[in-house]
Design a protein around this ligand. Structure first.
Ligand SMILES: [Zn+2]
Ligand SMILES: [Zn+2]
Length: 198
């Protein structure tokens, strides 16, 4: 082995070690963000299926309050019976295992994201775009879910990522439906029963 080869090998080793030092924190950050995304996607997937269950005859009464408003407005989404809220939050709690040891602000970040998402999808605006709706739920996309037309009863169930509707056959194209929708559950139920969900 010549002195040049030894020198080259040592130089390559030193360079590799420097590169590893630079890359490892980046990898750590990337892995953490991947974990956050995986957790959000898993929770959203669970939310979709819980929502789908809420629309079965066994659990519909627990979800009626959410569908009772006859007009859309940003706070309409906060209506949720105790049973509904308990069921809907379960996937978020379950998905938290993917967060590993999360920083203190993660709980508040998830809460803020869920509130913003809920307010956004219930906005009183027929707003959306088909391209965007391939990724996320927009106000007009969710309006269809609140429509009192029986054809839309189990349509557009997704909460954040619209992919679940596309994958599991519950997608209703807002461009084909149009904005002249009416909302509500089409029956009168006592407010106490709506809130309790029984
Ligand atoms: Zn619903
Ligand atoms: Zn809603």
């Amino acid at each position: 082995m010549t002195i040049e080869t030894v020198f080259l090998q040592l130089t390559a080793k030193a360079l590799l070690s420097i590169l590893r030092r630079i890359a490892s924190p980046l990898e750590h950050v990337r892995a953490r963000h991947l974990g956050h995304f995986r957790s959000a996607a898993l929770a959203d997937f669970g939310h979709y299926w819980v929502h789908r269950l809420l629309h079965t005859r066994y659990l519909w009464r627990t979800h009626k309050w959410h569908h009772s408003p006859t007009y859309m407005y940003w706070l309409a989404g906060v209506r949720g019976s105790v049973i509904q809220q308990t069921l809907v939050n379960m996937p978020y709690i379950g998905a938290a295992v993917f967060l590993d040891i999360a920083p203190w602000w993660m709980f508040w970040a998830i809460l803020l994201k869920n509130v913003a998402q809920n307010d956004f999808m219930h906005l009183n605006r027929w707003w959306g775009n088909r391209w965007l709706e391939w990724i996320i739920v927009t106000p007009r996309y969710h309006h269809i879910h609140h429509s009192d037309d029986p054809a839309h009863y189990r349509g557009n169930l997704a909460a954040l990522f619209s992919i679940w509707d596309h994958l599991f056959g519950t997608y209703v194209d807002p461009e084909k439906v149009g904005r002249n929708l009416t909302f509500g559950i089409g029956e009168t139920v006592s407010p106490v029963r709506l809130v309790i969900g029984l």
